[in-house]
Design a protein around this ligand. Sequence first.
Ligand code: GLA
Ligand code: ZN
Length: 662
Amino acid sequence: MIFGVDYYPEHWDKSEWEHQAALMKEGGFNTVRMGEFAWKLFEKSEGEFDFSFLDEAIEILAKYGIKTILGTPTAAPPKWIVNKYDMLQRDKYGREKGWDARRECCANSPDYIARTEIIVNEMAKHYADNPNVIAWQIDNEFGCHASTHCYCEHCRKEFAKWLREKYGTIENLNEKWGSVFWSLGYDSFDDIILPAYNSCEPTSGDLWSHNPALDLEYRRFSSDSWVKYQKRQIDIIRKYTSAPVTHNLMGHFSDISAYDLSKDLDFVSWDNYPDNQWGGSEHEYVSMAHETMRGAKDKNFIVMEEQSGPAGWDIMGRTPRPGELRLWTYQAIAHGAEGMVYFRFRTALFGMEQYWFGVLDHDGVPRRRFYELQQTGRELQELNDYIINAEPRYDALIVKSYDNVWAHDIKRHTADFSYRDLLYAYYKANIDLCVGTAVSRGSYDKYKVVYMPAYNIVTDGELDEIKAYVENGGTLVLSFRSGTRDEYNRVRPIAVPGVFAEMSGIEVEEFDAPRRSVSVGGEINGAAKVWCDVIKPVTAKVISKYAGEYYSGKAAVTVNDYGKGCVYYVGCDLDDSALKELVRMISKSAGIDAKDAPDGVEIIRKTSPKGDYTVILNFNETETEVDIKGKSLIEGGEFDGKLPPLGVEIIKERDRKIKKLY
Ligand code: GLA
Ligand code: ZN
């Protein structure tokens, strides 16, 4: 399997390359990713191409058995290009973005597109027949540094085109957008604005308050712009080579749809910094990020950048504890990784990332982290046939919808509500109960339970699919704010839960955002705080009721039989332990073997071409016992149930050969 490092030969004197390659080999690394920020070296001035430094590096590495994944350098354009061409993004105040970071260019700038196509074409042509180049990475982390949204004139024009294609006539757009409100009617597509600075202060998210239809379409358009920009590069590379193409995505990052961005790629890769998961670093949150990346294509992935030391830019982060890099690696493998590339080999002496540590420190001397990864790599190569083409055994699905992320960002209902946190709460409850849980969309039939919390925007197609799933015996879990908007971000003119009302067998009479604790009691006991739907059951059975506020005694959580399946409606947020009890109850009724994992432990079951196995991960810094024993696939001996601090085990379940999955 791919076990590699991100490498920047251009940061080191050539005299060091050979030694560095030898050290990589000693560490067990067989792959490097290179080139993704070296545009200035590849094209010193307009049309003057020179790939010699990279040719040499690739060759030296190859002598040590190390293959190359090549990154196209378009995230960091050199100064001569931005001097001459019009390609810098504009922010929501209309200010041009500065240069000397990266990701400052606009996906819709004709000049940026043209220069991109030229450099990618030269690079692809040059490396097409190089046997040491095994894959391509397009650009680097689209959307990073808040670069998804641009407010320049190119974007305005492209947005108008995009809307014309979608709506056909301006009358249609005005009708769908409710442009009668505040005299927002447009006379032509050329009139359409971008949701930039206006006199309304932002109330949520990072954009200004605008017509919610405009806002949602602009977010869809911005996501599409990068998908299109990426596709241009892929098309060029494919003219020259059949080597697989990827892009390094960003886990929970949601400004660009991971479904759309990954559809043109051969495989997904992503960058995982467990200590810097913008939004949380709980192990379940990191696992959910892995699953989100697996769910993008419903296919295993590669980690293209994995944290390998203290991570930080201007300040240094925490040093990974002994065993932690190995643990994070097995966590990735457990949740779908088939290859690991660590960021970066040796820590930079200069530039923005002096404090973002790699496998080796500034001095390049192999120490604890190097040897820990060396051991990890050895183990993984032994386990190769259990890892490649392995499938997680999923019972549940958390549906992630980018439309819903964006719509909730635009109008998040109440100050304390976060759609992302709600999805995470459901994921955490499931994984803490050892329920194999995917984070994806569609193909509902593969799962025993499908969670669609706060699924606000529902298209007719989605509704038909989910109905069929329940009719055929599936279990669907909905929550407050599900089913209330259409794809144009208009509120539906029907009682909550809108299009889900019949399936849920309820009517929501009122709702409240209490901002103080409201007790909930019945089969599930706990408290709500963010949202309370006051439910009138029609055909549904009540699971829990409110015991507080003026709606005390009214239904809070219900379940309804529908076709051969059933629909749960969770009318309120629940504290973590109540939500876990609810998920336990739902899982059991759906025939899932839900059992508490000890605190700080994850237990993941997988199927591979070599048989089934269980991965056990101990995130505690103390020894922890689990009630699983068996033959260890890592050490070969008998596992007695005791995991050392930050320890890992893989237990063989039974010998069962299955056919190749991909
Ligand atoms: C990202 C980028 C890398 C590097 C690391 C560390 O993931 O892709 O180029 O900047 O972060 O900061
Ligand atoms: Zn732009």
